[in-house]
Design a protein around this ligand. Structure first.
Ligand code: ADP
Length: 181
């Protein structure tokens, strides 16, 4: 029996990419012939990195890890429209917990209803079950150690970004001293 070539897209905001996302990508590569990581350009709450920076970090990881059959792009608008443009057969998404299931179930049903595209879910390794980009952004802003949760190249950029933000905050507080009562 001949096996059909399957192309999947893995859409998300990836602000920034975490070890949890990488785990999903590695699992996805065992299932599909080609995987396109699709970085959404739509604005998110407390954005840390621009879509270009997010794509760059993922490109670095693909090169460093010599991943085959993976590419990364940013996209605007509806995921299903992007999937159609890329002639993708399926959407790949990762699951961490039952809370994810509820939201992802709705999203997958909607995407299937409007565009007829299937979503394939993979479950993350237990060690990344609590990792989310939102949490990474929050912990980073408070100076926490994230070395177990994000790859080295992301950690480096994050440290630089945090230093810059702290320096900006300091210079702003010098320029605008609080009025004394
Ligand atoms: P979104 O903005 O839609 O939450 P993300 O960029 O955070 O997108 O995540 C993209 C996909 O990766 C989603 O399917 C999300 O559930 C999954 N994901 C994120 N973090 C993890 C993780 N630690 N383990 C498994 N899947 C994850």
């Amino acid at each position: 029996m001949s096996k059909k070539f399957v192309r999947a897209i893995f859409p998300g905001s990836f602000d920034p990419i975490t070890n949890g996302h990488l785990d999903v990508i590695e699992r996805g590569l065992k299932l599909f012939d080609e995987l396109v990581i699709a970085v959404g350009r739509s604005p998110i709450k407390n954005q840390l990195f621009s879509p270009e920076e997010r794509v760059e970090m993922i490109e670095e990881l693909i090169r460093q890890r010599k991943m085959k059959g993976v590419s990364v792009e940013s996209f605007d608008g509806l995921t299903v429209e992007y999937a159609a443009k890329k002639k993708a057969d399926v959407i790949l998404r990762g699951l961490r917990s039952l809370t994810d299931v509820q939201y992802e179930f709705q999203l997958a049903m909607t995407n299937r209803a409007v565009a007829g595209i299937e979503t394939v879910f993979v479950m993350t390794s237990e060690q990344y079950g609590f990792t989310s980009s939102t949490l990474i952004r929050e912990v980073a802003s408070l100076g926490g150690d994230l070395s177990n949760l994000i790859p080295e190249n992301v950690l480096k950029r994050l440290r630089k970004r945090m230093k810059k933000q702290i320096a900006n905050r300091k210079s702003q507080s010098v320029q605008h001293p609080k009025p004394s009562h």
